[in-house]
Every structure is written in structure tokens, then in C-alpha cells.
Ligand binder design. Structure first.
Ligand SMILES: *Cc1c(COP(=O)(O)O)cnc(C)c1O
Length: 447
């Protein structure tokens, strides 16, 4: 007959030894849900017998699942170093440990130790950043999108900003320059054509309401062929001759030199900032290789105005961002480039990647895989269409099946010409042993 009377009582059920030491509140909640479901199943004749053991195991499983991390570490074997979906730049453990001292203790985040009074949070990175970028002043906000918004809102609200039609980009995550401009209160004045914009186009558009000449990095696409754009240096000269602000949303700023001739059409931050730039902004976690942040650099008086905008309070960075960013900047100053994983991976020679791939291949077995020379991209909306060499291990077998199996083991690879590849450009050496174990397991499963 009806088994409802046999359903366990929650209070007693949760005292089972299997549940020892667990959070009672959570446990009772999960148990109730399971018993309710069981009751429903009994009423619908889907269940004939109540198995208390199975019920307990089900509850324990649901409880444990709550404590599984949602953010799981992955092995990025796609070859794309700045993978937008996998967290862009990595932070080195060493830098994180250095930064943890300030994060895990009280600090002088907003306390001036000399005066014994309230200080300013933005000062902590500004000294180091100024030395690194050779600029008058800097400001750090939550990300580059907020830097763009803050700059437009501060200097161009109810005024006009002149931008080339070839630079009205969508960055991804629905960040579109025209929409951002509208929300910030600035009026967009588009000039030129999609493929060609000349300095005269900007010049002709300058009027009474113009506040700023803005250049936006195209980031995730490039225009080839019959095309022309205006170098920021020319825009700068024109802006300053007309008492306007010149602003370059650089997106993915980098310092120094990029390998594989990647910097050929891509000026470095040093080059962009040479000679009296009003303002630039760039992401902290793209080619710069640090935490998510929007770094604004330029003239002192302009940065001072940005600091007075109430919006800054909404866009401000916390001590975790500031401490890690400070450590990254110090690593740059000390030329400890191995502490900037994004740069380190990019700088690896094809020979050293091949050596690592050969080692992995020897562990897996010659008959199951082969080494392939290929090309990869930087990713993260940087260096569009600019490929550079890499080395991958082709794991033999049906590519789509392998892709799924590796993904189930938290290894994300790449399929190229129907081959499943593990690209060494983005695989951290410390994860190679784990990768070998996973690959061996997947190959054995196949047998
Ligand atoms: C990436 C990018 C942004 C957005 O930067 P986030 O740090 O992702 O907010 C804005 N502008 C350009 C040109 C970019 O490349």
C-alpha cells in the first residue's frame, strides 16, 4: 500500500553517521528537498521501495556538489595565450604571494603614514607606473571599459568626440564604442569611411562643441587592402593645435618589444606616449599581463579632473587589484619578465616548445601522437590576424571525440584540419605531468 508512512523523519535522518561534521542547516534543507521528491515519486507510483541508504548517498552527493569550486582550473591547450573565455592573463604565484602580504593584512590603502591622516588609494601604483610609462600621472580603474566611460563622461559630456568610422568597434561582451559614447553623455561625431580616414577629415569636423579627438584600437579585426588611418601622433598634433584633448583607447597596451615581429604595425606604449599625449587607456590583463584593470595615463591636470568625477567611486579598484598590479609593475621595473606569464609564454622559442612537446610525446608513445608545426594567435582582442609560430602535439583519433574527452578532463585543446591538437604555446610547463597522465588515461580508455 502507500509507503508515505515509511518516509524517514528529517530530524532523525540527518543524525546518520555519514553526515557527521556537516552544516546542519544546509543538510536539513537538502534532505527536505530529497524527501519531498521521493514523496512525489511514491505518489506517482514511480518508486516502490524506500532505500534509506540510497537516499543518504544522494543527499551527501548533493551536499558535496555545493562545495565543488565553480571556477575550475583548466589546461589551456588552445595555443591562444590571452583566451577571453579562460581568464585572459595569468598571475604568477610568486607575484600573488608578494601581493598577499598587503591583501591579508591591514595596510595603508587610504592612510598617509607620514601625516597620520587619510591618504589616497591611487597613489600606491602611481609612482611605479609613472616611472614605467614616463608620464605625468596615472589612474587605475576597474577595467578598460570603465576607463573609456570615465574619460568620455568627464571631458565630453554634452560635447562632441570625433572618431574615425573605421574605429567604431565592438570589443566583445557588447562593448560598442557608439553605445558607450551615448551612455557617457558624449556625442559621437563620425568621420571618414570604414576603410579610409584622413587627417583632413578630423580637421574639417572640428567645431565649437568638439571636446576631444579620439582614436580607438581596432582590437579584434583589421582592415587590409585599400585602407588608411591617421597615426595617433598626427591626431595629437591636430588636437593640441586646436586646444582639444587627444585620447587613445589603446585596448591592449604593451611595453618593450614583441617577438615574431608582432609589433610591426602595433606601436608600444612607449611609442604611443612619446611627446605630450593628453590621455591614453589600456587593459591591465591583456598584453600588459597583469590583473583586470583599466590603466589611464597622461597629463596631470586631466587625471586630476578624472579624480574629481563622482563616477570614479563606482569604478574604483580594491586592494587586491592594486596590490597585484603593483607587483606586476615592479616586476617590469626589475625586468623579471618570467613573472609576467603572458609575456613569458609569448617569448618562448619554437625550439623550446618543441623540446617540451617531444618530452610529452615520449611519455605518451610515438604511435599515439605526432608533433606538428602550426600557427597561433594572441587572442583577447589583441593583435588581430597576426599569427605566429607554435608547436602542437596531434593526438591521433577522431578529433571531435578527443576534444570532448579532453574537455571532460579540464583540458581544452584545438581542432585544426580534423586533427585534435594540444598546443604548447599556452600550456604551462608546471602542468605537463598532469597533461601526460590525462592523455594516457584517455588513450587507454580507447583501447
Ligand atoms: C579590450 C578593449 C576594451 C575593453 O577593455 P576591458 O579591460 O576588457 O574592459 C576597450 N577598448 C579596446 C580598444 C579594447 O581592446
Amino acid at each position: 500500500m502507500n509507503k508515505l508512512g515509511d518516509l524517514p523523519k528529517v530530524d532523525k535522518f540527518v543524525t546518520t553517521s555519514l553526515f557527521k561534521g556537516l552544516n546542519q542547516h544546509l543538510l536539513i534543507k537538502i534532505t527536505r528537498e530529497h524527501i519531498d521528491r521521493l514523496r512525489k515519486d511514491i505518489l506517482e507510483n514511480k518508486v516502490q521501495n524506500i532505500d534509506e541508504n540510497a537516499l543518504a548517498m544522494g543527499v551527501k552527493k548533493a551536499y558535496d556538489a555545493l562545495f565543488q569550486p565553480s571556477l575550475k582550473p583548466l589546461i589551456n591547450a588552445t595555443g591562444v595565450i590571452l583566451h577571453t573565455n579562460m581568464g585572459r592573463s595569468l598571475i604568477s604565484k610568486t607575484l600573488l604571494e608578494r601581493a598577499s602580504v598587503a591583501i591579508c593584512n591591514y595596510s595603508n590603502l587610504e592612510y598617509n603614514l607620514e601625516k597620520g591622516k587619510r591618504g589616497e588609494r591611487y597613489e600606491h601604483v602611481s609612482g611605479h607606473l609613472k616611472s614605467l610609462l614616463h608620464v605625468e600621472d596615472v589612474l587605475v580603474v576597474n577595467n578598460n571599459a570603465s576607463a573609456v566611460f570615465l574619460i568620455l563622461n568627464t571631458f565630453a559630456k554634452n560635447k562632441e568626440v570625433i572618431v574615425s568610422r573605421g574605429e567604431l568597434v565592438e570589443i566583445g561582451g557588447s562593448f560598442r564604442i557608439p553605445e558607450v559614447m551615448k551612455q557617457s553623455g558624449a556625442k559621437l561625431c563620425e568621420v571618414g569611411a570604414t576603410n579610409k580616414t584622413k587627417l583632413a577629415d578630423y580637421q574639417d569636423a572640428i567645431g565649437e562643441k568638439t571636446a576631444m579627438l579620439m582614436k580607438v584600437h581596432q582590437s579584434n579585426f583589421s582592415i587590409e587592402g585599400f585602407s588608411e588611418d591617421v597615426a595617433f601622433s598626427s591626431l595629437k598634433t591636430l588636437a593640441q593645435a586646436n586646444n582639444l584633448i587627444d585620447y587613445f583607447d589603446v585596448g591592449s597596451g604593451y611595453l618593450g618589444k614583441l617577438p615574431y615581429n608582432l609589433g610591426a604595425k602595433e606601436p608600444s606604449l612607449e611609442e604611443i606616449l612619446s611627446c605630450h599625449t593628453s590621455l591614453i587607456s589600456f587593459s591591465g590583463d591583456k598584453l600588459f599581463g597583469s590583473v583586470q584593470a583599466g590603466i589611464i595615463a597622461g597629463k596631470k591636470e586631466l587625471i586630476a579632473k578624472l579624480k574629481k568625477n563622482q563616477l570614479l567611486r563606482m569604478l574604483r579598484v580594491d586592494k587586491i587589484t592594486l596590490s597585484i598590479l603593483e607587483e606586476s609593475i615592479k616586476a617590469y621595473l626589475a625586468e623579471e619578465y618570467e613573472q609576467i606569464p603572458t609575456l613569458w609564454m609569448l617569448q618562448q622559442s619554437v625550439e623550446s616548445l618543441e623540446k617540451r612537446a617531444l618530452h610529452v610525446k615520449s611519455q605518451i608513445g610515438e604511435s599515439y601522437c605526432e608533433i606538428i608545426q602550426s600557427d597561433t594567435y594572441m587572442g583577447g582582442g589583441t593583435l588581430p590576424n597576426r599569427k605566429f609560430p607554435t608547436i602542437a602535439l596531434h593526438v591521433k583519433g577522431k578529433a571531435t571525440v578527443l576534444e570532448r574527452k579532453f574537455r571532460a578532463n579540464f583540458v581544452i585543446g584545438r581542432i585544426e584540419n580534423d586533427k585534435f591538437l594540444l598546443d604548447f604555446r599556452s600550456i604551462l610547463p608546471a602542468l605537463e605531468a598532469k597533461l601526460i597522465t590525462i592523455t594516457q588515461k584517455i588513450i587507454e580508455e580507447k583501447q
